[in-house]
Design a protein around this ligand. Sequence first.
Ligand code: CA
Length: 699
Amino acid sequence: MRICRFAAVLALGALVLVGCGPKGGGPVDQARLNGANAETANWLSYGRTYDEQRYSPLDKINDQTVGQLKLAWFHDLDTARGQEATPLAVDGVIYISTAWSKVLAFDGATGKLLWSYDPKVTGGTGVHACCDVVNRGVAFWKGKVYVGALDGRLIALDAKDGHVVWSADTVVDHALPYTVTGAPRVVKGKVLIGNSGAELGVRGYLSAYDAETGKLAWRFFTVPGDPSKGPDHAASDEPLAKIAAKTWTGDGWWKYGGGGTVWDAIAYDPETDLLYFGTDNGDPWGQKVRSPEGGDNLFVTSIIAVKPDTGQYVWHYQLNPGEEWDFSATQQLMLADLTIGGAPRKVIMQAAKDGFFRVLDRTTGKLISVKAFAPMNWATGFDMKSGRAIENPAARFSSTGYMVYPSGIGAHAWQPMSMSPKTGLVYISAMQVPLVYSNAEPFEFHKGRWNTAVQLLGATLKTPGLPPGTKSVDELDKGWLVAWDPVAGREVWRFDYSHPWNGGTLATAGNLVFQGDSKGGFHAFRADNGKKLWDFDAQTGVMAGPMSYEINGEQYVAVLAGYGGSMGVATPPPGPDQVYPNGRLLVFKLSGTAALPPFTPTPRPPPNPPADHFTAAQVAAGGKLYGTYCQICHRGAIMPDLRRSAALSSNAAWKSIVIDGAFEPGGMASFRDYLSPDQAEDIRAYVGGQAAQLKAGGS
Ligand code: CA
């Protein structure tokens, strides 16, 4: 039983009894973050420790007891949009961020909500998010909780009650569609935050803010800007001028964005005092538009090491010189001390989108080993001398289309991987989702929208690049959990799912690996041999990284459930018409007694074709506009299928939403800055035709 004392506090002249509750809000300082691994009960930062290993030393829940693992408590969230955050546990309090950048604090033992904070991101901001309005987590430092809001604000909250201490605008140009979805990290009193948008025409950078005041300390741009504007007066000026500038040609990159956003991977090594971050793809994807004469296009798809106090450049390693596939180095960076070839090595590791698992010396950035952890056809091998993959020339697609795997979806995406020092294995959520790339010719620029200069084509059994032995295009997409030996560079075991987009992983000292999947399962596997020991039906996709903490000797495992994110915007709803339940925070302990209420799928509304007559020209124009402005969100499972929209039958209702922003509070942007009312009507004509087809039995 929990020991609880009551404290008498004299406040405003009245005697107030305050429950002892969790201590929370503690003074997490540099010493505690450096020693976070020894704080077995806590999970103090996004990857638990600065090395981002996501390993919990707790072992009461283990391969012998996990059969008794039951739901301890849960908290229903306010939306069915994607949930990607890893909770933090600080001295008994759980802090989470959710879709739309909200922050909630709970008593970790009871699930009692202590406070919540809504940054009130406007619904229209969602249109700038490539992959749903997700948020991957908060940071904690000296009694403050930090969240990056979707609209680009970095906000410091008082950990005790959630009130705003300061708010900083991290966006350099609000005319561009910058968004923030990543978890901030705090290093030596500076809060580090990047942003997203490398598909939509932005230039990437990482910013460092004073944790106490919110004042900008330094900024590192990852790609050069408009040369006519001169240097940025930023930490990146010298490396951009001396190293990066000569790797770009033409003027496409600064006109259309450049890319290289820093939207996820950040790690820190207190020993070498180096801060590491990974950059996203070049923007637009197609290099013929971005940098027509070729070139490596530094520092896109690169790991960059800088000094955390100043942002001063130390080294970089580029994964995919001149990339064109939405490859990136934004996948999690993990630090470890390994014995390789009999010698101790300080390494930084990454399971990248491109299917290679790389091990680098983190003091120098020199490559130690590379091995493919997933099937690939974009590369035929690796040249260790140059540190570059040997590309399959056909993967540099033309106008006819070539199937490339792994694709920009990634052999490993943002789902965090974990490592157990007991097994020496890294647990990776791997997948294969090939895409058929072709040049989009001629290139048309649509400000603020996806501008990839690439057209993705449908796959057939005649598409060049198909994996050998493919019998059906339906079997191309796969997902599996792989246990990877980073020293030997080989797979030790795997668990196959029938589907891609599965969750991040947690490794524990109990010889367990936890992982959710996109169909709603949450599982525990034996860490040493992959035997599945435990399942839970979460009723909705579990994509986020699980974590573990301890309160009063009781071990808990927590994970956010919520179908959405890249998967939810890209994948049509499965099976019969239904929607997913809202997201949830799920918390488990041995002999827990909570249970989820049964979930009854809600039938989707029927197709609703309008009675109006539209011309063929309207339908054709609308189809093109639909592809540019609507399809990216409305083809998937989480945003409404417009063919079933009640507004589809009325010109006035349609215009009130698409142009006047009637649904903005609910997250549907107004397109008044992008579309005229006539163009909105053209889209209604096109969607109306699609609705009629659906009603007639089409798909
Ligand atoms: Ca990208």
